[in-house]
Design a protein around this ligand. Structure first.
Ligand SMILES: [Zn+2]
Length: 480
């Protein structure tokens, strides 16, 4: 059986990746392991020097939010200041734009191996770069499941080969994500992929004893266990959030309690073991309150929320368009407010997309049979600005933190999330916080089309993305 949840089930292998490959950014990454680039400046053969001039540098990890030039040389930040001389560097005018660390997505599904008809590491990497990301963490619910060194190494190697974004694979906690016995966490941690995060995402870790063991064992290699909080005994057959709308529509509900009781259990086990726990896609007010209280008493927990959980409610299900079907489901207005508050006060550390591409023939079917999940990589920034910053829930600096330093801290990802200081890898995003545009599903770089935001007017657009000093996106276009 395959993992559920944003999961694509195992199916026939799709067509292999297209032959057109973007140019691989040169630089230190080409030699470094998948666990992250070194901090050393790249070799002379790396990307040419670039001066990002006159942008508003928003670098929460460095405590910086003011106009500054950023000089990039040899794949690393060479200088930060005002009035920097371009010298031999290419001058890039950033007047009116925001310069930030590259975004980090803790939760994506790239579908490779197994469902390359829905997404590949290449198409997903391109979507990520266009969304301003320089690092993504693909979940292990592929076919085969990433529960061994061979699969995580393949995913990491393919990510390096595509070279548009750093790909940090997440390993499965249990063999086959079946929940029966622990996968070989140590082998994956010590593999060439150097996995430092494990999750059965798409499924919860049902057995409390197994989660306890994982939280204890993972400490040996300083890894984090990321759980998808859902009590399946309360969600079997569920189609949407349990509430007034589900009652009216006659669809079986997924109660908030099914998430909250697992969040509570997980927090207790994190406290018991002293292990590092990360909670995936929090969606309810009760979950936010539980995490807030646990953090206050010192539990080592971090949490993420997905853009659809701070922008959409269960009202969307009324149209029965399965593009709105997702797991955990779209919740109530009060839950959306609580997620926004949790992001604002830092209870929720990271915005993670849970990017879940699905092939059209799988997703564009009756609501009840459609798999859960929606695209996220190319719309996250705009939704964050439009729905959190412009209405005043978060200041821009806080929003950037939840897209950069926050997620990087959850996994302690090297070289990502800032600070933007001399010597650090030049993983940078330049965006226009005011640019208005309309989301159009056919224009997305993802191989899939299941975005619930098609036709929506938003503000905030990525202009350039640099991975170790190489433009992966330039002028809003990928493939440079
Ligand atoms: Zn999940």
């Amino acid at each position: 059986m395959s993992p559920l949840g944003q999961g694509s089930g195992p199916g026939p292998a799709g067509p292999s990746s297209p032959s057109s490959r973007p140019r691989r950014p040169a630089g230190p990454s080409s030699r470094s392991g998948p666990a992250g680039p070194s901090n050393s400046p790249g070799p002379a053969a790396g990307p040419g020097p670039v001066l990002l001039r006159g942008g508003r540098l928003v670098d929460p990890a460095g405590g910086h939010d003011a106009t500054a030039d950023v000089l990039v040389r040899g794949g690393a930040v060479a200088a930060v200041g005002t009035g920097l001389e371009a010298g031999d560097a290419e001058l890039v005018d950033c007047d009116g734009l925001v310069v930030s660390p590259g975004f980090v997505d803790l939760h994506v599904h790239l579908r490779e191996p197994g469902r390359e008809d829905a997404e590949t590491i290449e198409t997903g990497s391109r979507a990520a770069a266009l969304g301003g990301y320089t690092a993504v963490c693909p979940m292990p619910n592929t076919d085969p499941v990433a529960d061994n060194a061979g699969v995580v190494e393949m995913v990491a190697a393919r990510g390096r080969e595509v070279g548009l974004v750093d790909v940090f694979p997440v390993g499965a906690v249990t063999l086959g994500q079946r929940g029966g016995e622990l996968a070989e966490l140590g082998t994956m941690a010590h593999s060439a992929a150097r996995v430092d995060c494990f999750s059965d995402d798409g499924r919860p870790i049902r057995d409390a004893r197994l989660l306890r063991l994982a939280l204890e064992y993972a400490q040996a290699f300083d890894a984090v266990i990321a759980d998808h909080a859902e009590d399946p005994s309360l969600t079997d057959g569920a189609q949407m959030h349990e509430g007034e709308v589900s009652a009216i529509l006659g669809l079986q509900g997924w109660p908030a309690a099914a998430e909250e009781m697992v969040v509570a259990r997980d927090l207790l086990l994190a406290e018991l073991t002293g292990g590092r726990l990360h909670l995936c896609h929090l969606s309810t007010a009760g979950s936010v309150a539980l995490v807030r209280a646990a953090k206050a008493r010192g539990v080592l927990v971090t949490a993420e929320a997905a853009p659809h959980h701070f922008t959409l409610t269960d009202e969307a299900a009324r149209c029965f368009d399965p593009v709105y079907k997702v797991n955990p489901p779209l919740r109530s207005k009060a839950d959306v407010e609580a997620i926004r508050d949790g992001l604002a006060d830092g209870t929720i550390d990271a915005i993670a997309t849970d990017h879940a591409p699905h092939a059209r023939e799988d997703k564009e079917v009756e609501w009840a049979t459609a798999p859960p999940g929606m695209l996220g990589l190319e719309t996250a920034l705009a939704l964050t600005i439009t729905e959190l910053v412009e209405p005043g829930y978060l200041r821009l600096g806080q929003a950037v933190e939840r897209l950069t330093a926050g997620p990087a801290r959850c996994r302690r990802l090297p070289g990502h999330g800032g600070p933007v200081v001399p010597g650090s890898p030049a993983n940078l995003t330049v965006f226009d916080p005011t640019a208005a545009w309309m989301v159009a599903a056919p224009a997305l770089a993802s191989r899939a089309r299941n975005t619930p935001y098609h036709g929506r007017q938003v503000r905030g657009r990525v202009v350039h993305t640099l991975l170790r000093g190489t433009f992966t996106v330039r002028g809003g276009k990928a493939g440079w």
